[in-house]
Design a protein around this ligand. Sequence first.
Ligand SMILES: [Zn+2]
Length: 343
Amino acid sequence: MSMPAINLGRMPAVARSLVFGRSLRNLAALTAGCLMLGAALAEPATAEPFEGCPSNDIRARFEEFGRTGKMPPDMGAWLSNPKAQYIEPWKAFDNVYYVGICWVSAWAIRTSDGVVLIDTLHEPHVDQLIANLRRVGVDLAEIKYVLMTHGHFDHVGGAAKLKPLLPNAKFVMTQTGWNEAIEAAKKSEATPRPWSMIAQDVVAKGGDMIRVGDNSFGVEETPGHTHGTASYTYDVKDGAKTYRAITVGGLGLNAIENSKQVEEYIASIDKIAEQVKRPTNPVTVHLTTHPFSNGLTELREKVLARKAGEPNPLVDPKGLLEQLAYLRKGAEERLDAERKAGR
Ligand SMILES: [Zn+2]
């Protein structure tokens, strides 16, 4: 692999404002949907709250959700509306496609020996995921691995539909991730939006390297968002250059139980930051699990509009470190609050 020339270009203004222009207290709302949407998704449909998947507006509404604990009905309907959630799949790097929807990501990484999919979306969006994969030229039989970040329904809820359609795929998660997913699916049976989880398949451990063709997928255990959250690193290609990317498994503090879990979160953030700062083959790209968390939908426009020879705006180690520092600050505040509450 070639050593990439690191693009130290500044984080695009839109992404910067998304990451830094909000109250730390509401950081928990970032991926709040992970935990509490089951009931909210059953709300009756009303007018669509968003046009065009604007990250700032969506994040603001998640913050409102975080403050009140109550999903606004129009938001709940929007999350479960395939038409409103539609994002045309797009090529992020020569070997990477975004195949997710507006509010939650799925990534397809092509290797010299098949395709790796990161996360599975959730119903009623799995048909769209399948259509997106086909649209970018992925035959479902080419998928060798489905790497799942953590056991919340928006990331693993699609596994049950995908499993029988992917004859050559192994589904991968940490042991704790599997436990959490299976337990969450079981609990959902009593909610208006039940979902089911596949039986445990491959168990990944921190430090594992999953080799697929010409790529290698590093497993990092990054507990905090949930106890079993994993992040994955892999090579992304842009012309003659190769960069190391990471999909950070969980960003939000919405499923925190006690101070110990926040301590784990902070340690995970530090572990990821080390990978960005290391001198050899540093991580310089963050392919997020939730587009609104770092303005991915707007970055998409910049990626698609860029001219030959221009740097890929997704290569942004400085922006990633700033995002990690911001997440760490929010976690420190949360740690204080948890300790004061005696948890
Ligand atoms: Zn989650």
